[in-house]
Write a protein that binds this ligand. Sequence first.
Ligand code: ATP
Ligand code: MG
Length: 356
Amino acid sequence: MTEIVVCCGVGGTGKTTTSAALGVASALSGRRTAVLTIDPARRLADALGLDALGNEPRPVALPGNAAPLHALMLDRKGTWDAVIRKFSASEEEAERLLANRYYRAVSTRLTGSHEYMAIEKLYELVESDEWDRVIVDTPPARHVLDFFQAPDRVGRLLDQSVLGVFTQPGRGLFGGATRRAVELVERVAGEAVMGEIADFFRLFSGLSPGFRARAAATAKLLRSQQTLYYLVVNASSPGRNDVLGFLQTLKQEQMQFAGFLINRVAARTDASPVMLPEEVDGMPLEQWTAWRRALSELPGHRQARRAQHINQARELVSAAGGSPAWLIPEVEDGPRDVEGLARLARHLPPCPPTTL
Ligand SMILES: Nc1ncnc2c1ncn2[C@@H]1O[C@H](COP(=O)(O)OP(=O)(O)OP(=O)(O)O)[C@@H](O)[C@H]1O
Ligand SMILES: [Mg+2]
């Protein structure tokens, strides 16, 4: 059975970076692993061999005798198109829907569509039975919960008024409620013409039974024992309220919280005093004296920062009732290659959590 690991967290905390490093850690521990990333920074994409947009798994070259590691980058449009092809009644209907301008607008702008497509791709990877573990990076979300509520939202969308109004028999296309729906749709679609919109809803409603079943299956998978959630938090600003809200919802939804990945913890430093000359040739004494003081205070500042990060992590873990936490060091400029990811991997599961 494929184990699923989901990295959640608010924007910019390091979800993409830690997902990639968790992928390396997992493959090095002998598990066939796929990492589904979303918008990795250029350098990271290069490190993972994702130089071109990759909606299909691509091998990542790892040192030694690690299990296979593949990475893929979510191509939202490509995944939507594959879903349409899969759930359309015929190839011809699929092609018509794919060419529909309203479909093209909706498939990239619909609220939650990025999240939903990530989950759709995840489902595909799990179904393939080729992976021992799939690691899922999540898109930057306003709220950490947006991601895994997406299948429920897509399910609801299919039942919602706009679609219902268009597809319910006996209602004219220009009734009052319909007109409001059309106005709403036009606002989203811009220049889309009415006939095309109607056509979209007719074709789309044709695929909804399969689509709805799929949304229900993914929602179930995300709540199963197979799926573990990690929360990536920034060591200097952990965002306690967000974190506690996240944990409460996980509990309500009976989703399994696996622990905190506390990212960008200031590195340990050698605090012994730095011996610097009292004067430097070619530099005014006053300027050098100021530099010298700043330089000599640097290790102390770093140490104080590290102590603050660890204290904040400890508080968070205790507020969360003693959940496990892994501390990930800050590396200059972020990891830029597989070796850099492998260095971060040493601080991540399956290594034991940090005792705080
Ligand atoms: N341990 C680390 N040390 C140094 N830099 C890091 C570390 N982890 C992440 N970064 C840097 O922080 C930035 C944000 O990281 P990343 O893209 O992984 O965050 P994210 O949570 O995926 O962001 P988004 O929410 O926008 O998707 C990147 O520039 C990355 O290189
Ligand atoms: Mg990201």
